[in-house]
Design a protein around this ligand. Structure first.
Ligand SMILES: *Cc1c(COP(=O)(O)O)cnc(C)c1O
Length: 387
C-alpha cells in the first residue's frame, strides 16, 4: 500500500493522530488478507449493499450522441443510492475489528453521512456526522434520513460551512476521541492510509466493469468516465484498470459558468496540502484555500485525492471541468432518454461521456460510472428549471 503517488499523498497530521493512522494501516493490512474479513465483506456487499450492480447499455442516450456506445455502471442502485456505501461498509467492518464503538464522518451532499449512518446501525455502532450548515440546507432530505437511521447530525458553522469545514470538524473530534472512535472518511482523500483504503473498497466498481464488459461485449471498454469530487468513485473505476489500455476521463465541477474555478482542483488548482495530504488544491496566491462553488454538493471540494494528482501528472488520466448548466442538461437527457434520474454529481460525468461519444466511432464503447441517483437533487433541479 503506497504512502505516496509520485510526489503526492503522505500524512501531514498532528502528532496525536499518528498512532491512530498506524493502527488503521496495521489493521487494514491484516484484514485484507483475512479470509473471514473478506467473506464478511463479500456477504454484506451482496446481501446489504446489493452488489454486483448492473452494467446497462444506454441505447437512447447513445442515439442522441450518434457516436460511440454509452454504457452505465449503475452505482446509483447501491444501498443508499450512491457508491458511498461500498466504502462505508468496508471501513465499518474495520472499525468493528478494531473494537471501536463509535463512528464519526463528514458529509457534503449527505450521501456519505447516510451511508455511514446505515452501516453504523447495521453493525451497532454509535454514529455522528458533521455537516456544513449550507449543505444541511440544500440537502435536507439526507439530514432527515441520517436522523431516522439513528445518527446524530452535527451542524458545522465555521468557514464556508460546506464539506471542507465538515472535514476540519471531524478531524478535530477525532484528535480528541481516537481511542474510542473510527473516523470513517468518505472519499479517497486525507492522510495515508485513507486514500489507499478508500480506493480499495471502491475498486469493486472497476473490477465489476472489467468482468461485465468482457461478458457482455467481449472486451474492455475504450474509455471509462467518472465524476471527481474527492475522487473515490473515479479511483474505484480507474485503479483496477490502470494496467490496461482503457482511457480514463475524470470530470470535475466547473461551477456556474461566469465564475472562476468552480470546484475543479485538478484543472485549476496547484499542489499543496489540504486535510493531511499533498495533492492539487484550489488556493489563492498566499496559499489560502479558495471558496468553491458547484450545483452539486458532492463535488464541492477544494482538494482531490493524491492518486488522481499523480494520474494527471503522469498523463495516465485526463481531467476536465463541466459547468453547472451542462450537468443540468445531462440530468434531463438521462431522465428523458433512459428513465433514470441521476445525481447531479453523476450528471457531470454523463455530459462529458456524451461529448466524447459524439467524437468517436460507433464501434467504440464508453463506460460511465453513474455514482448516484438523483432523488436528493430534485429540489435543486426543479428550482433551476423554473429560473
Ligand atoms: C459524494 C459523491 C460524489 C463525489 O465523491 P467522490 O469521492 O469523488 O466519488 C459523486 N457522486 C455522488 C452521487 C456522491 O454522493
Amino acid at each position: 500500500m503506497p504512502r505516496r503517488f509520485g510526489p503526492y499523498g503522505g500524512a501531514f497530521v498532528p502528532e496525536t493522530l499518528v498512532p491512530a493512522l498506524s493502527e488503521l494501516e496495521r489493521e487494514w493490512r491484516t484484514a485484507r488478507r483475512d479470509p473471514r474479513f473478506r467473506a464478511e465483506l463479500h456477504r454484506l456487499s451482496r446481501t446489504l449493499a446489493g452488489r454486483p450492480t448492473p452494467l446497462y447499455f444506454a441505447g437512447r442516450l447513445t442515439e442522441r450522441a450518434r457516436g460511440a456506445e454509452i454504457w452505465l455502471k449503475r452505482e446509483d442502485l447501491v444501498h443508499g443510492g450512491a457508491h458511498k456505501f461500498n466504502n462505508a461498509l468496508g471501513q465499518g467492518l474495520l472499525a468493528k475489528r478494531m473494537g471501536k464503538p463509535r463512528l464519526i464522518a463528514e458529509t457534503g451532499a449527505g450521501q456519505h453521512g447516510v451511508a455511514t449512518a446505515m452501516i453504523g446501525a447495521a453493525l451497532g455502532l454509535e454514529t455522528e456526522v458533521y455537516m456544513g450548515e449550507v449543505d444541511m440546507e440544500r440537502q435536507r432530505s439526507n439530514v432527515l434520513r441520517m436522523e431516522l437511521l439513528g445518527a446524530k447530525v452535527r451542524p458545522v458553522t465555521t468557514g464556508q460551512r460546506t464539506l471542507k469545514d465538515a472535514i476540519n470538524a471531524a478531524l478535530r473530534d477525532w484528535i480528541a476521541s481516537v481511542r474510542s472512535t473510527h473516523y470513517l472518511l468518505g472519499s479517497a482523500v486525507g492522510p495515508h492510509p485513507f486514500p489507499s483504503i478508500v480506493a480499495e473498497f471502491q475498486s469493486v466498481i472497476g473490477r465489476e466493469i472489467a468482468k461485465q464488459s468482457r461478458a457482455t461485449f467481449g472486451r474492455l471498454p475504450d474509455l471509462a468516465v467518472a465524476c471527481v469530487g474527492g475522487g473515490s468513485n473515479a479511483i474505484g473505476t480507474f485503479h483496477p484498470l490502470r494496467r490496461t489500455d482503457v482511457e480514463f476521463l475524470g470530470v470535475e465541477a466547473g461551477g456556474y459558468r461566469r465564475h472562476g474555478a468552480g470546484a475543479a482542483s485538478l484543472a485549476h488548482g496547484r499542489p499543496g496540502i489540504l486535510h493531511g495530504t499533498y495533492s492539487y488544491v484550489l488556493q489563492d496566491r498566499e496559499g489560502q484555500i479558495s471558496e468553491t462553488e458547484s450545483i452539486s454538493a458532492g463535488l464541492d471540494y477544494a482538494g482531490v485525492g493524491p492518486e488522481h494528482a499523480w494520474l494527471k501528472d503522469s498523463g495516465r488520466a485526463r481531467y476536465i471541468a463541466v459547468h453547472d448548466d451542462d450537468a443540468l442538461r445531462a440530468f434531463h437527457w438521462l431522465a428523458e432518454d433512459e428513465g433514470i434520474l441521476p445525481a447531479l454529481e453523476s450528471a457531470h460525468a454523463v455530459f462529458a461521456a456524451v461529448a466524447e461519444a459524439r467524437r468517436r466511432p460507433a464501434r467504440q464503447k464508453i463506460v460511465v460510472t453513474l455514482s448516484g441517483r438523483g432523488d436528493k437533487d430534485l429540489e435543486v433541479v426543479g428550482r433551476a428549471a423554473s429560473r
